[in-house]
Design a protein around this ligand. Structure first.
Ligand code: AHM
Ligand code: MG
Length: 333
């Protein structure tokens, strides 16, 4: 019978190779994966279930919350609440972190997630996703605090995302490379389809919201102009691709090569995307895939967040393209 390497088997095999006892970790990842399977199903049925559209509320970021955002958020929280190894969760949708019922004091892990990224695209049937990260608490045996979450991304023990596209994929890293799994809807399991993902060394896609050009810093304008001039071999075949769903934009660029930018600009001088819920996990994944992530001046994974909802400019993709952006910002400001 043909080999079918499911996500659980893959985690167990990895653990064996590295002689780690990861029963806890396997259960944790399985629960996250199950939550994303449920969200995937909800997203696929959204039109039928009448969960499309806005609730009329705004979240802590001041954005309109869609119904599916809330459902996905509750789903992830519920799936993690019973796990004794999880101390607390933090979500992009909630102002504060939430201690779990099972492991608040004793749990070793803290989970941060963006339950439904790119949710402004839901009604148009465009790909959206879930992003998560896992960090270890410095000290167990006490009540979790917000400060426990506020470490640099370099301390993450795992990060991943699910993308709800033409198929549903689950991509994750534990610091030993990046592996991608595709949901087999018949079996209901994520199956290894993209082992050891690495970025192709070509800048195929330039991904930036170009309509914001009027508010870019000079370095960003100079950078984009240099890429789209297409007179350097590296950029001779570069094309523009921007979905407006970070997970989907990121995933495409991971497959084809390229750079995604949500830079600092005059409207959002501190960036738009959130460090804990978006930038840190994707930065860990891109580095593990051979790429780089920067805020324009420093490595994303070195930044220490000053709050759960801290934001950062995000320039993420192939290393030479991210380095060129840093150089252009250093030269032009
Ligand atoms: P959100 O759906 O979690 O609020 O995410 C923010 C989204 C990202 O998915 C995407 O990269 C970005 O906002 C697009 O922003 P803009 O519409 O300003 O280009
Ligand atoms: Mg979101």
């Amino acid at each position: 019978m043909a080999e079918m390497l499911t996500l659980s088997r893959h985690i167990l095999q990895r653990a064996r190779q590295h002689q780690e006892a990861t029963g806890d970790f396997n259960l944790l990842m399985s629960h996250i994966a199950t939550a994303t399977k449920v969200v995937s199903r909800m997203v696929a049925k959204a039109g039928l279930l009448n969960v499309l559209g806005k609730t009329g509320d705004t979240n802590v970021q001041g954005e309109q919350v869609t119904k599916l955002d809330i459902i996905a958020n509750e789903m992830l929280q519920a799936m993690l609440d019973d796990l004794p190894m999880v101390s607390a969760t933090a979500s992009e949708e909630d102002e504060s972190f939430v201690p779990t019922s099972a492991g608040a004091t004793s749990g070793r892990y803290l989970i941060a997630f963006d339950p439904l990224d790119g949710s402004s695209n839901i009604e148009a049937n465009v790909s959206i996703g879930t992003i998560f990260s896992v960090r270890r608490r410095a000290e167990v045996g006490k009540t979790p605090t917000e400060a426990d979450f506020l470490g640099p991304g370099s301390e993450l023990v795992a990060a991943g995302y699910a993308v709800y596209g033409s198929s549903t994929m689950f991509v994750y890293t534990t610091g030993q490379g990046v592996d991608g799994f595709t949901l087999d809807p018949g079996v209901g399991e994520f199956v290894l389809s993209h082992p050891e993902m690495t970025l192709p060394d070509t800048c195929t896609c330039l991904s930036i919201n170009s309509v914001n050009r009027h508010r870019w810093m000079p370095g960003t304008t100079a950078y984009v102009d240099r890429v789209i001039a297409r007179d350097e071999p590296r950029y001779a075949k570069t094309t523009g691709r921007y979905i407006g769903s970070l997970v989907a934009d990121f995933h495409r660029n991971l497959i084809y090569g390229g750079v995604f930018l949500y830079p600092a600009d005059s409207k959002t001088p501190g960036g738009k995307l959130r460090l804990l819920f978006e930038a840190q996990p994707l930065a860990m994944i891109i580095e593990q895939a051979g790429g780089a992530a920067s805020d324009g001046q420093q490595r994303i994974l070195d930044i220490v967040p000053d709050g759960l909802h801290a934001r950062a400019p995000l320039i993420i993709g192939n290393t030479p393209d991210v380095a060129l952006y840093e150089q252009m910002v250093a030269t032009h400001g």
